[in-house]
Design a protein. Sequence first.
Length: 188
Amino acid sequence: MRYGDLELPSRAIQPLIAALEDMGEQRLAHKVDRAHRENAELLLGVEDHVPILLVLTTTQIPELADFARALEERAPVKQQRTLRQTRMAANEAFFRALNDRLERGTPDAQPLIVLCECADEDCTKRIELARAEYEDIRSDPAQFVVAPSHADPEIERVINRTDRFEMVRKVGVGVEVATRLENSKASP
């Protein structure tokens, strides 16, 4: 299946279709499936770009990275801002998942050393937390822990500040992305 000049890897299409269906985008999942079965060019309207990009931001399908870039370049400026916020929230959710694994491997009596959950995918700051502090932050899927001054006002608000960390709460599209990713983790 092709999209413009891009050849979309066949092994990546089924995960894309499944993710679109999970997001409630049956019409779009059917459109992708049909183009794939017929080995035809995938023809998308502007209204199709954002749902596919949201799926590609929140679902790991590395083989479709070039496809995501092509769609993002064609998205209207207003949608590009939403997509950027979505990508940033997904980055933070990725770091949260790593921290959840670190928490499970740390004995209860020891302080937790977690990674900063900011939107900067290159950030390597570590934060020491008491287990109760971490559990308080994790009590809401839209809350994250970041190093001091790492909060991004475009996507989050600081709701608690200490000398070691800031607790932030997502705003806008980030709330939806964080909640969706948290719920998909909890699903079987």
